[in-house]
Design a protein around this ligand. Sequence first.
Ligand code: GUN
Length: 293
Amino acid sequence: MQIIDGKATAAQIKQEIAEEVGRMVQAGRKRPHLAAVLVGHDGGSETYVHNKVLACEACGFRSTLVRYEDDVTEAELLACVDRLNNDADIDGFIVQLPLPRHINKQRIIEAIDPRKDVDGFHPVNVGRLAIGLPCFISATPLGIITLLQRYHIETSGRKCVILGRSNIVGKPMAQLMMQKNYGDATVTVCHSHTANVKAECREADIIIAAIGQPGYVTADMVKPGAVVIDVGTTRVPDATRKSGFRLSGDVCYDEVSPLCSYISPVPGGVGPMTICMLMLNTLKAARGGVFDR
Ligand code: GUN
């Protein structure tokens, strides 16, 4: 069994990005610039956005954080998106989710210029991904496919089961895993109405668990030799930690890991790759975008 070290892989890629930025600046080009919009004070979102700002520093990017309180209006947020769309120095930006209930999330996402949508959430990017055109790809699925590639894990022709059908992970992951130029695998997506999830998983060469239920994948669901990727990051109370919580994956790591050929742990697996892929998307945006190649 080999542990997939997302932390080390992400550090390596950030180093590669920083070197590329160094060459761009040497050549007289401006630094890539990522902006993040954060609404309210959700603990998880605060941490993610803070880590995104730190990653920008590590990569040599400029970063801008735009903050609003929970009572921001949709019109104010749309005006902010419009400003960022038209700010020539900003190569890409994200609006951190979740948003307060009174804001129509989809309306905000659709207001973002697809050429600056480094999250890959705009329907133009989602649609382009579906038909195999160059586009911004959602960072978590892109991070997973990158880990599989960097560990030389064969996916072509293999059976891949994805647990979860979210717009951010499950659906784009299924697109990437089935596409010729990426996973080239046979893909099954399981969700809350799947008849027999255990049986589907037992057939899988690769399991990608993204349902947000701690310990959902147990040993009896995993074929010996399978590759298991854990996308879960549920905060569970833990009085022994200074923060008062720890991150729990979707996989029962202790009982599943001995069965696997490869497994990604939580923390230190997929998580660090997500922010790193956001940096890569921002670099691509700064180098002229992804649509016209
Ligand atoms: N909330 C959870 N994950 C993400 C992400 O990748 N991007 C944004 N904008 N919000 C998120």
